[in-house]
Structures are given as C-alpha cells and as structure tokens.
Design a binder for this molecule. Structure first.
Ligand SMILES: C[S@@+](CC[C@H](N)C(=O)[O-])C[C@H]1O[C@@H](n2cnc3c(N)ncnc32)[C@H](O)[C@@H]1O
Length: 274
C-alpha cells in the first residue's frame, strides 16, 4: 500500500465524528434545534457505522487467530477478550440466558449442542441443567472464543465441552442430540450458509428433538426500526429483520417452527422440532 493511502487509512477513525457533525449541520439547516439535530444525527449515523463495521468484519478476517476455522460466516475472535463483560451491557446478561434455558426445557440426562457458543456462557448453564448424566458441547470457529470458553469451564469446574467447528459442517453423527441451542449466532452467517447450517442442525437432532434459537428478528418496537434499518440492506440480517426466521427453519427441514417469545423488541425466541 502506498504511503499516502496508508496515511489516509489511519485517518478513517475521523469519519464517524465528521459524518455526525455534517448530519447535525444539515438538520440545523432544516430548522431543527441543536439537541434535536444531534439526536437525529446519532439515530442516522450510528446505525450506518454499525452496518459498515459489520460488513467490513464479514469480508476481512479482522483480528482472526491463525487456528480459526474457515467459514463464509463471521467468526468473532476480535471480541473474545471482552465478550463476557460486553454482553450484560447490551442486555444479554443472566436474565437473557435464563430465558433461553426456559424455552429449552432441558432435562437431566439430555444431550445438548450449542452452535456458535462464543465464550460458552450458555453451554455451561446447559451442562448444569442436564446434570451428571447429560452432556453439553459448544462449537465455534473462532479459536479465541473457544480458548476463553475452555478456560472459563475449567475455572468453574463445568462439565461442558468445547470444540472448534462450523455449523455448516457439524462433526457429529446423525440423530445425536436432544436439543440444539443457537444464541445470537445466525446473523453471523450469509443466507446460503444459514440454510446449510440449519440443515446440519436438523441432521444431528434426534427425531422429535428441538432447536431453540434466539436471534435478530423483525423488530416489534418502532425505535428499533429507527436504529436497525441498515440491517435491511445487509444480506446477513436482511431475511431475519424481514421476519423470515420461521421460513428459514422450514427450508432446512424442520416440520414445525414457531415463535415462542421476544427479547428487547428485536430478538426473537424460536422453537423448531425435527
Ligand atoms: C454474537 S456471538 C454469540 C455467542 C454465544 N452464542 C452467545 O449467545 O453469547 C456469535 C458467534 O457465532 C460464531 N460463528 C460465526 N460463524 C460461525 C459458523 N460458521 N459456525 C458456528 N459459529 C459461528 C462467532 O464466532 C461467534 O462466537
């Protein structure tokens, strides 16, 4: 890369404040008061910046560890060191995990797979729920996530296991699990990989087994439309924001898929049965 290009690249962080300032100025010209203009600018610029960051991350292996598995999805190595502290701040803390487990209705002795387990918070809770006679394993392509998950499990004395793998090629035999959990991971996949991944989940579930999935869904609160509208223009999230999660699961072979609840106005809990 030429020196001038490299210098320009280093100035990229100036874009968000400059874009916000420009939007404030335009809104003030349109007659908004300063505070209203700042609010409007943030509502417009923040989602655009989030979308830009997500697209960038999905195209380039940002912060990837060399052991991270190849996938067309978006592994999250970059967040591994801060993920457990970051989740509760955005409303994905203990209450969210408990709600997910309530929908899963895990019983002692059951076998559970957590796809895209991240740091393994949910996998460890699932391991507790299925007890000594049960089995819980989490998979994720992000080596740094799996590293943190294993360390946390060891620290807590959890029976949960963790393994590097991708949802689109699950390293398990057919009819292996009673329940598969998928928490906040489906929006990390492009559309064709979603169907492939969900078909793999269907394959490894026992007949009558269940998938409990929570992910970005059609917003039920207007404010989320204001903030999340850019997700309509990103292939990873478009079908979900348009409310097509049920269709995706049916395409993957699930006989029955139903929305069981929602979280925070933009995440949907879904249950699907093999
Ligand atoms: C937002 S995190 C969710 C982590 C965890 N399930 C939770 O609820 O906190 C999404 C996870 O999906 C993982 N992921 C990305 N592509 C994947 C793929 N092809 N197969 C499985 N997991 C994937 C990422 O590495 C990341 O850890």
């Amino acid at each position: 890369m030429s020196k001038a290009k490299e210098r320009l690249r280093r100035l990229i962080w100036l874009c968000p404040p400059l874009m916000t300032a420009l939007a404030v100025w335009i809104f003030m010209l349109l007659g908004f008061t300063v505070w209203a203009a700042v609010l409007m600018a943030l509502l417009l610029v923040c989602p655009a910046i989030i979308l830009y960051g997500m697209i960038k991350m999905s195209r380039h292996r940002v912060g990837f560890s060399p052991e991270t598995l190849h996938t067309q999805g978006m592994p999250l190595d970059i967040l591994a060191p801060v993920y457990d502290r970051y989740c509760p701040l955005i409303g994905l803390g203990r209450a969210f995990r408990q709600a997910t487990l309530r929908y899963a209705e895990l019983k002692p002795g059951e076998s559970v797979l957590d796809v895209g387990c991240g740091t393994g918070v949910l996998t460890r809770l699932a391991a507790l729920a299925v007890g000594q006679t049960g089995y819980a394993i989490g998979i994720d392509p992000a080596a740094k996530m799996i590293g943190v998950a294993k360390k946390n499990a060891l620290k807590e004395g959890s029976r949960a296991e963790f393994r590097l793998a991708v949802i689109e090629d699950l390293p398990f035999e057919d009819n292996r699990f009673d329940c598969v959990l998928s928490s906040a991971m489906l929006h990390h996949l492009p559309p064709e990989v979603k169907i492939k991944g969900l078909s793999e989940v269907h394959r490894v579930l026992k007949p009558g087994g269940r998938l409990v999935l929570v992910d970005v869904d059609r917003p039920t609160v207007f404010l989320w439309w204001v903030l999340l509208w850019p997700l309509l223009f990103w292939s990873f999230t478009e079908d979900q924001v348009k409310g097509r999660l049920g269709e995706l699961m049916q395409c993957a072979g699930f006989s029955r898929a139903e929305k069981a609840g929602s979280w925070g106005g933009f995440l949907g809990f879904w249950k699907a049965f093999k």
